[in-house]
Structures are given as structure tokens and as C-alpha cells.
Ligand binder design. Structure first.
Ligand code: ZN
Length: 325
């Protein structure tokens, strides 16, 4: 058996998997509220006590929401330090690897089935080319999949903390507001749950929102997107349109930077919840609005990852590979 994990700012998914090529088979998975625990070791302890693996664990791969440097990670939105050697020693697992959570999601791409993806643009898939993943959820993650010898080699990034590039006067107002509130305008402060709240703040300046009144509630970002989809509040509808437009534009930036003619995959928790807004065409319009490179971007397959456990699956696929390499 191998252990896979997707450790996020909001929830942590853990799973026991039976090694199988190319896609490992889930035998037991559990979801935990990250903030209800004081460390990843505590969650792993609870999980392993509960599921009682029938055989020793051969390998573990854990995707974590933060940069991984030399087998150690500091979560970005939770005050946790994670150490692969410590986890290996504590739980007697011979091979433990930490990956950035988007790198883990990137590792799911090769094993996802067609019905786990929604095609926004067929493009002209290039089997020799690299690909990229972007995922807005609690934060904004980005990763590349470089093609080497016919296989994808995922590469992590902290691109979500790059600068947000305004394209319109309204987005310039957003940049000004973010600079006043936070000192700088990171793209993650636009494309994430926090981003939906920032957009809500912008589009309700000078007017009340009757639908989403408590921005400190954990459900507030989802409430903004629901209100935006419902169309009963102009401000919420504009916030959601601005979100989708900026999401498409940033996906296009990623495609250009990585020359991702193999595909751009949109993961994370938000996209599957706002499909009608993405299908409205705003996302692909801003993805393609990159003259003189529009012709190039028309060749890029663009797909939404519908499987909510893609990060866990990708981590497990990596653990699976560790047992066979
Ligand atoms: Zn509103």
C-alpha cells in the first residue's frame, strides 16, 4: 500500500492506495479540517489509527499548499512546518516525499479519465509540448509540466504570488484598492476565495450587498459566487464576471510563459462551482486576448479538472511510481 495526501489551507485529504499502473486504486480516503489540527503528524496519526493499513506502507507522497525546499515545507496559509524525514521516522514509511500541491495535481493529469475533464477549447494538442496547471481555491496555485522523453515532468512554482496585471480601468481600481489594503496586488488576491471577497469589496463600494453581508464567514467566497451566478445583485454579478475574466487572462499568461501547447488544465475548488459563468465565454475570451499571440493560444487545449480529488490522486500516482522505480 502507498499513502497519498493533499494538504490544503482549508482541508486535508488522505488516502491509502493499492499500487497499480498507471492509476493507483483508492482503498480508503478521509477528509479533515486542516485548522482543527495542530500539525500534519496529528492528522496522519488520526488517519492511520482509523483506517489501519493491512500491510506496511511502502511509500508516501504528500502535496502541500506551500513551497517545498529540501524535503521540508512551510504551509502558506497555515502556521505548520512539515518534514518528510520526520514523517518517515514517526510512521515507519521508508520513502516519504513532499510536493507542492499543484505539482501533485499536475501529476494527476496523465491518469485522469476524459469524463473527469471538461473541455473549454479543443485546440490542437501537441504530443511533444509542455502543459500547465492553474488552480484557484483557498489560494492560487500554478505548475508546469515540462515534456521530457515523451513524459511530463512537473515543476512547482509560487506563481500565484506574482503580480496581478490589470487590463482594464476597473482592474486598475482593483489594483489601487489591493495596494491600499495589502501593500501590493498579488494575483492570488484576485484569483482565490480571498480574491472573490476582494472583488466583492470593490464592486460594492458605495452600495450595500443584501445577499452577502458577512465577509468573515468561511462560506463567504462561495456565497459571492452563488450570488453572482443567481444574478440578483449587480455587484456580486460583476465580481464574478471580473473573477472569471481575470482567471482566463492568467491562464493565458501561464500558457504563454510555459509555451503550454500540450494543454492548460484548470483545477481547484472554485471552477467546478462556477461552470455557467466560465461557459459564458468570458474565460476563453480573455484567455485568447493576447495579440500578437492569439493564433498560438487557439492551439492550446484548455480543460477544467472536474475530479475534486485530483491533487490526492496525483500524489498517490507519485507514491505509486516510487514503489516501481
Ligand atoms: Zn452583492
Amino acid at each position: 500500500m502507498v499513502l497519498g495526501g493533499d494538504v490544503g489551507g482549508t482541508k486535508t485529504l488522505l488516502g491509502l492506495f493499492e499500487p497499480s499502473t498507471p492509476r493507483p486504486i483508492p482503498r480508503a480516503t478521509r477528509s479533515y479540517e486542516t485548522a482543527a489540527f495542530t500539525s500534519l503528524v496529528e492528522i496522519l496519526d488520526a488517519f492511520l489509527r482509523e483506517v489501519k493499513p493491512p500491510r506496511p506502507l511502502r511509500a508516501a507522497a504528500l502535496g502541500v499548499a506551500g513551497p517545498v525546499v529540501h524535503d521540508r515545507a512551510q504551509l502558506t496559509n497555515v502556521d505548520w512546518q512539515i518534514s518528510a524525514p520526520d514523517i518517515g521516522a514517526r510512521f515507519e514509511i521508508p520513502d516519504v516525499r513532499l510536493l507542492n500541491d499543484l505539482e501533485a495535481m499536475a501529476r494527476s493529469i496523465e491518469v485522469l479519465a476524459d469524463d473527469e475533464l471538461r473541455v473549454l477549447q479543443e485546440g490542437a494538442p501537441d504530443p511533444e509540448a509542455s502543459a500547465a496547471v492553474i488552480a484557484a481555491g483557498t489560494g492560487l496555485g500554478q505548475a508546469y509540466l515540462h515534456r521530457r522523453n515523451g513524459r511530463f515532468v512537473p515543476a512547482a512554482s509560487e506563481g500565484g504570488h506574482g503580480d496581478f496585471a490589470a487590463r482594464t480601468d476597473r482592474e486598475l481600481e482593483l489594483v489601487r484598492m489591493l495596494r491600499e489594503r495589502l501593500g501590493r496586488a498579488e494575483v492570488e488576491q484576485v484569483l482565490s476565495g480571498m480574491g472573490l471577497l476582494n472583488l466583492h469589496r470593490l464592486t460594492h463600494r458605495g452600495g450595500e450587498c443584501g445577499l452577502v453581508t458577512d465577509l468573515s464567514s468561511p462560506d463567504a467566497p462561495a456565497a459571492v459566487s452563488r450570488a453572482g451566478l443567481g444574478g440578483r445583485c449587480q455587484g456580486c454579478a460583476e465580481a464574478l464576471r471580473m473573477f472569471v475574466s481575470a482567471y482566463g487572462a492568467e491562464a493565458g499568461n501561464l500558457a504563454l510563459r510555459g509555451l503550454a501547447l500540450g494543454g492548460v488544465y484548470v483545477g481547484g475548488g472554485i471552477a467546478p462551482k462556477i461552470l455557467p459563468a466560465i461557459d459564458s465565454g468570458i474565460f476563453m475570451e480573455s484567455f485568447l486576448d493576447k495579440q500578437p499571440m492569439t493564433h498560438l493560444l487557439r492551439r492550446v487545449p484548455v480543460k477544467i479538472i472536474l475530479n475534486p480529488d485530483a491533487g490526492l490522486l496525483g500524489a498517490a500516482a507519485y507514491a505509486n511510481e516510487l514503489t516501481t522505480s
